[in-house]
Write a protein that binds this ligand. Structure first.
Ligand code: SAM
Length: 283
């Protein structure tokens, strides 16, 4: 039960996929606590301090994981910030947002933000990150597309699916992309994917710490396959790679190589932007 004291630690019990939002939150906080973080995220640090959950015991602490996570998140932040620079009054729809604190990192004071996540994740988000006047939280299954009726189509729209699609089945990912492309004309979507080898490792139970087993990731896509996303719908008219930049130590030294050498580049985790066709002119 939550205490009346808003600063009291909150107990947390989540089922497997929503729990992954605690993992990503924790990685951002680990990175943000470093002296010169790749991702400045004081809100994530504040949440980890506040939530009554054995983060370190469950997830362990790996500077490498935190760094890789920060590089991935920075790709999304860059895309959202670029979108808001072009469309300051646009809407950012965050599918499977969990406890992501991106709003506090990149909001411009004018945009609208819509979160769509499963009921138990939204309940926790509402408790920990109560929505401000330009934020709305919707408890819904992102794959069911009813949430698209809640999007104001008089504004430009960017949909983010950060850390979501790997937990869906391949047919659900295609249907989600097609649904967004067909219902949000002129919009765009940024999503990430784990490569097939990584999804296989998870399937075989090989990714775990002593206290945590990563839940199955039914959808894996090699970076080199991203052009196929275009075939989800004729309304997907553009596909673009978002490349991680920077990095520290060995990661920073190896990243240019991983991005340049085809066998590595084609099998790395990826972040992709999909552009949607404008609505056909009725005249
Ligand atoms: C790995 S977490 C990612 C959270 C956040 N985007 C981040 O990167 O920190 C996965 C999130 O997807 C949500 N999720 C999983 N399946 C979903 C679905 N079908 N519809 C909406 N949200 C879903 C989970 O509840 C969880 O919040």
């Amino acid at each position: 039960m939550a205490s009346d004291d808003p600063s009291a630690p909150l107990p947390t019990e989540l089922s497997a996929v929503p729990e992954t939002a605690l993992w990503t939150l924790y990685q951002r906080a680990v990175e943000a606590r470093r002296p010169e973080p790749l991702l400045d995220d004081p809100k994530a640090v504040e949440l980890v301090d506040r939530i009554d959950y054995p983060f370190e015991e469950r997830f362990g602490t790996s500077a490498l994981q935190a760094q890789l996570q920060a590089l991935r998140v920075a790709c999304f932040d860059r895309e959202v910030a670029d979108f808001l620079a072009r469309e300051p009054r646009g809407t950012v729809v965050c599918l499977g947002e969990g406890l992501e604190t991106q709003y506090w990192r990149v909001d411009n004071g004018r945009a609208q933000w819509l979160t769509v996540d499963l009921p138990e994740s939204v309940a926790l988000r509402e408790q920990l990150l109560p929505p401000g006047p330009r934020q709305r939280y919707l408890a819904a299954d992102a794959t069911e597309l009813g949430w698209t009726d809640e999007v104001d189509l008089s504004r430009e729209v960017l949909v983010t699916a950060q850390g979501l699609c790997m937990y869906l089945r391949p047919a659900q990912v295609r249907a989600l992309i097609a649904g967004c492309a067909e219902r949000l004309p002129g919009g765009s979507m940024v999503l990430d994917a784990v490569p097939r080898w990584f999804a296989r490792l998870v399937r075989d139970g090989k990714l775990h710490t002593s206290g945590y087993q990563v839940p199955p990731m039914p959808w894996g896509m090699d970076a080199g396959e991203r052009a196929k996303l275009r075939t989800a719908s004729p309304a997907v008219v553009g596909v673009r790679d978002v490349r991680p930049a920077g990095g520290r130590g060995l990661v920073g030294a190896l990243l240019p190589l991983v991005l340049a050498v085809p066998p590595l580049a084609n099998r790395r985790p990826s972040v992709t932007v999909l552009e949607f066709a404008e609505r056909p002119d009725p005249s």
